[in-house]
Design a protein around this ligand. Structure first.
Ligand code: FAD
Length: 375
């Protein structure tokens, strides 16, 4: 199935199933979004759309990965799913396929694609965000695997997650990036405690996760022991590719919705022009990333450019919307002010999650422009 055929078929299917796919307008909670996400994925999986673009060995139907970029874009453009929860599939499944034993990937990936499960990413720790190589959550070898002890933080959707891609320290504390091992952990294993944290936009979106002598079977090791850094370096570019394309599509819809609700007269035309230019620049850049990915190229530090463009765009778009919102409320417009405020506040996080803006610029300077030290 090529992209044109996929696009035509998907658009017809989305039109035909609009009622079955529509979200419950009364349930704007995070749990409601997760239920909606599971429903859309299940219907999409059963009809094949969620499976195209994924390898057959992991339960997919094959075909070019670029169709996944279009699927997420179409779902965002129609307001059927939110980008945060949906993005976990694009962030975590490709790395699981790259590093898990083949039978594990074949068993697990379909559960994620079908919406039966949500997974989370256990990288950041209280003392370790940007400086990921200093992580200290420890995995100690046992007779049949590992015993994990330590803490993660900012783990998105951990309270809903069935599995976690977890980075652990298996070498000495001084071993830095050479002493890290990646594990795929069942979140219902005894010894795991999840405590949701309330964000400033009023949602318990991420969590603290505590590991108290948690037993993980040896066959849940992703890649070689001590090779966890390569797993992280594989995953992070995925976090900055297709899921960002989807977020860009969501941003465009929110901007269009805002302008349609309040009217273009409520926003400064020069600022709007600038935001639209940023949107086009991001889409042009991300489009070429999707093409490279579909062509079989391995992504790397150049995806930091996509992340900088997206986060700059997201904050500029919501700065514009924030100013327009103020005007619209004064003028007595009828709009969902609370939801717009929440999206404005969440846009501040876009220069933090997936690696902060400063870290992305360090990567661009050191690894792409050869400026300074690459540590
Ligand atoms: C909404 C959201 C969702 C998240 N979801 C997840 C998740 O699911 N899983 C997960 O593992 N993590 C997640 N994170 C955590 C995220 O990856 C980290 O917050 C991020 O990497 C920054 O780390 P930190 O918070 O420890 O800040 P720090 O690393 O302490 O940084 C603090 C400030 O110092 C700056 N800084 C640090 N080092 C340098 C340097 N060398 N040069 C210049 N400036 C520097 C940073 O840019 C930042 O401004 C999430 C974060 C957010 C906001």
């Amino acid at each position: 199935m090529d992209l044109d055929a996929y696009r035509r078929g998907l658009d017809v299917w989305l039109d035909d199933h609009a009622t079955a796919l529509a979200p419950d307008p009364g349930d704007g909670t995070l749990a409601g979004h997760m239920t909606q996400l599971a429903r859309v994925k299940r219907l999409g999986y059963d009809a094949g759309w969620m499976r195209w673009g994924w390898p057959e060995r992991a339960g997919g139907l094959g075909g070019p990965s670029i169709v996944r970029a279009y699927l997420g874009e179409a779902l965002m453009a129609r307001g059927l799913v939110e980008p945060g929860g949906y993005s976990m599939t694009e962030v975590l499944a490709p790395t699981l396929i790259d590093f898990a034993p083949a039978d594990l990937a074949a068993d697990m990936v379909p559960r994620l694609l079908r919406g039966d499960e949500i997974w989370c990413q256990g990288f950041s720790e209280p003392g370790t965000g940007s400086n990921l190589a200093a992580l200290s959550c420890r995995a100690t070898p046992t007779a049949d695997g590992w015993s994990v002890r330590g803490q993660k933080v900012w783990t998105s959707y951990a309270q809903f997650a069935a599995r976690c891609v977890l980075l652990t320290r298996t070498g000495t504390p001084e071993s830095a990036h050479r002493g890290i091992t990646a594990l795929f952990v069942d979140m219902d294993t005894p010894g795991i405690t999840v405590r949701p944290l309330l964000t400033m936009h009023g949602v318990e979106e991420f969590c603290e996760v505590f590991f108290d002598d948690v037993a993980v079977p040896g066959e849940r090791t992703l890649g070689p022991v001590g090779g966890g850094w390569a797993v992280a370096m594989d995953l992070l570019p995925y976090e900055r590719s297709t899921s960002l394309w989807h977020r860009g599509a969501w941003l465009q819809r929110r901007l269009d919705d805002f302008l349609a609700t309040v009217g273009e007269g409520m926003v400064d035309p020069a600022a709007l022009g600038e935001v639209l230019q940023m949107l086009l620049a991001f889409r042009a850049r991300s489009r070429s990333t999707q093409r490279r990915l579909a062509g079989g190229e391995r992504l790397g530090p150049e995806t930091s450019i996509d992340k900088v463009l997206l986060s700059t765009l997201e904050q500029a778009a919501f700065d514009l919307i924030g100013t327009g919102l103020e005007q619209a409320l004064i003028a007595g417009c009828d709009l969902e002010a609370q939801r717009w405020r929440a999206d404005f506040l969440y846009s501040r996080a876009s220069t933090i999650y997936g690696g902060s803006a400063e870290i992305q610029r360090n990567i661009i300077a050191r690894r792409l422009l050869d400026l300074g030290d690459d540590r």
